[in-house]
Design a protein around this ligand. Sequence first.
Ligand code: SF4
Ligand code: SF4
Ligand code: FES
Length: 274
Amino acid sequence: MAQAMFRIWRGDARGGGFQDFTVQISDGMVVLDVVHQIQAEQANDLAVRWNCKAGKCGSCSAEINGHPKLMCMTRLSSLPLDRPVTVEPMRTFPLVRDLVTDVSWNYEVKKRIKPFQPRTPDAADGTWRMDQRDVDRVQEFRKCIECFLCQDVCHVLREHQLHREYIGPRFYVHTAALEMHPLDVANRLADLRGPGGLGYCNITKCCTKVCPEGIKITDNAIIPLKERVVDEFYDPVRRLFRIFRPKPQPPPAKGAPEAEPEPTRTAASSSAPR
Ligand code: SF4
Ligand code: SF4
Ligand code: FES
């Protein structure tokens, strides 16, 4: 069995620092296995949030050797072990303790986004007709596991701390899923341009690079949303078109379908409510 050195950040909002641990490692281990081993054998009070150990709950986000990653999906075989492996909490969110951050700001942002609002049914029996290509287009966005690694890496939040005037890539993905939904008739473009801060995004694609679900955040969500905002507010032909052809209206509340469910996070080890 080989040895490796892990350098793990310990502390809370008042301060802290890195602590070194020498661990025994074996084939197939991921970073979360090592953190659990340290917790079991060397530091019982080490705080870490995790849940599924399968890359699906989005709980175990951290920065490994300075890169935002899921601890449960980062194999030791992908890391250079001839030097210490650093593991630290996400920097963009307030620290709770050790590797655990308070991501509740994200849930507050989500509440401010207009929910799914379906148009009037196409048929008398209350059903709709949709083109399969329109249905397929939003499926990519629905893979999001709300790990918030994209929020962590985005410089508008990480460096400029514009949490009050910017919703971040995770919520551009969420908004794109709603805006591009073939049944949705709500208009979120003014919100994106104003309080959503879409103009702050300069399309660096850092968010896309860290997404563990491989969602093409910039190309498939942010750029189309930017194009829609430009069309809505800066295209004079489109403005005239809107005056003479108003948007379809939603039906009365009775009989409308529920908003489509988002991926769920089981509660056991998550500190923040959805
Ligand atoms: S592309 Fe935009 S949202 Fe993504 S990390 Fe860069 S600035 Fe942030
Ligand atoms: S878009 Fe990707 S990186 Fe961002 S929260 Fe969702 S899964 Fe995580
Ligand atoms: S424990 Fe890593 S994503 Fe669930």
